[in-house]
Design a binder for this molecule. Structure first.
Ligand code: ADP
Ligand code: MG
Ligand code: ZN
Length: 443
């Protein structure tokens, strides 16, 4: 008999904070691409007797993430030692939080591929530290401790996801929030942001969580994670349908074979023997003061911006998604709309122009963008490259005028400009032609 199954997924995300210094020492946390083992000290090398101290900036950033995800901040919070033996962890334990994390009970709305929204409950947003980095070269393993002790925030959801599309949306929304908050680059490929999906399937109607689940780990792109989840759902149903049992295990993704593979089974699971970190004080958060302070400092977050853009600018969903994609893009768009209103250029036109012309907001300012839109409307040539091509043609065809100009006859420039205007049937902006000409003739 073929049962109908439901997918259950819980997500753990790790994100490295972009603080100046590490979590429990004052080594620089800006380690990416730096010479190995140059950002270290006795604390982050785990030398016995070295004492950690807490990075306040990291705690604030962790709380900002918590607040952005609608968590409550625990007034009392403390660090614990998570003990395990692995060469990337010199101390033999990672400083983390288990019983009293900084933030608890948050939520974030996600969407599936058909636009249906659901609320995902966030269990915790806690503060911990990153480990060193191992590189395997042949039969040898090299250790770089530059990353050891970099502030790491972990965000754990309840098992509220029911599809891989929801997971992808969640991961993208989190990444966007980290960037809006300015707390991390949240680059998946660089490993600033790491995603772990706990996946199980159960017969529809069953309320309890299955005793088995697969943890998908070390997958550094949203697309691969989605593919791995899809594969895992099919594999688990297949195993159950054959009457076999599933256990708790960790699996990775093989992109060549397009399948998940076993990395670690339950027998190898750790007993971390957590206990309170005796070298650090409890964290006492003066909630009233600090929470209000942080709340006031929170920027307008993606979800609020999307709603406001909808109300204010009459854009459609796809347009809003692009215009609110980053804080920088949103600011550019709103500035351009403001300038545009003086020239009767509507917001929808601004959005469409940015999208269709794939405008790079680092190459152009809002004023110029509006000028380009107006010029396009009047049939003027707004493409700099196109204009440059015409100018070069004219120069080749008017060697006499060019020579005259180079010999100091300013009027010769007028001849060349005249030819450009003729060739473009008057659709070139004289000021721009002049600029290009001067550039070309002087080089
Ligand atoms: P661990 O710390 O061992 O990874 P947790 O109990 O903290 O385990 O759970 C980690 C994640 O796994 C959470 O997001 C949780 O919601 C999710 N999870 C727990 N059980 C299941 C299950 N049966 N199916 C899917 N996800 C699960
Ligand atoms: Mg886990
Ligand atoms: Zn250090």
């Amino acid at each position: 008999m073929n049962k109908v199954y439901e997918t259950v997924i819980g997500i753990e995300v790790h994100v490295e904070l972009n603080t100046k210094t590490k979590m429990f020492c004052r080594c620089s946390a800006d380690y990416f691409g730096k010479k190995p083992n140059t950002h270290t000290c006795p604390v982050c090398l785990g030398i016995p007797g070295a004492l950690p101290y807490i990075n306040e900036e990291a705690i604030k950033k962790c709380m900002r993430i918590g607040l952005a995800l609608n968590c409550s901040v625990n007034e009392q919070s403390y660090f614990e030692r998570k003990n395990y033996f692995y060469p990337d962890l010199a101390k033999g334990y990672q400083i983390s939080q288990l019983v009293k994390p900084l933030n608890i009970n948050g939520q974030l709305e996600v969407e599936d591929e058909s636009g249906v929204t659901s609320m995902i409950r966030i269990n915790r947003v806690h503060q911990e530290e990153d480990t060193g980095k191992l590189t395997h070269v042949g039969s040898e393993t090299l250790i770089d401790f530059n990353r050891s002790g970099v502030p790491l925030v972990e965000i754990v959801t309840e098992p509220d996801f029911h599809s891989s599309a929801q997971v992808k949306d969640y991961a993208k929304k989190l990444q966007q929030i980290f960037r809006y908050l300015g707390v991390s680059n949240a680059d998946m490929e660089r490993g600033d942001m790491r995603l772990e999906a706990n996946v199980s399937v159960r017969p529809v109607g069953q309320k309890e969580l299955p005793p088995y689940r697969v943890e998908l780990k070390n997958i550094n792109s949203f697309r691969f994670m989605q593919a791995a989840i899809e594969y895992e759902i099919k594999r688990q149903i297949w195993v159950l349908e054959r009457g076999e049992t599933l256990t708790q295990e960790t699996r990775g993704w093989n992109e060549t074979k397009k399948e998940t593979y076993l990395q670690r089974s339950k027998e190898e699971a750790h007993d971390y023997r957590y206990f309170p970190e005796p070298d650090l004080p409890e964290l006492k958060i003066d909630t009233l003061q600090l929470r209000e302070l942080l709340r006031k400092q929170l920027p307008e977050l993606p979800a609020q911006k999307v709603k406001r853009f909808f109300d204010e600018y009459g854009l459609n969903k796809a347009q809003i998604a692009m215009m609110a994609d980053s804080k920088e893009m949103a600011e550019f768009f709103e500035e351009a709309v403001k300038v545009g209103s003086k020239y009767k250029v509507e917001s929808i036109k601004v959005a469409n122009f940015i999208i269709n012309k794939k405008v790079n907001i680092e190459d152009i300012n809002p004023e110029q963008l509006i000028k380009d839109i107006v010029n396009q409307n009047t049939g003027m040539i707004s493409d700099e490259k196109e204009l440059e091509k015409v100018v070069k043609e004219v120069i080749d065809e008017n060697s006499k005028a060019v020579e005259d100009f180079k010999a100091g006859k300013e009027v010769a420039l007028q001849v060349i400009i005249g030819s450009v205007m003729k060739k473009t049937k008057g659709k070139a902006e004289i000021k721009k032609v002049k600029e290009i000409l001067e550039g070309v003739l002087k080089s």
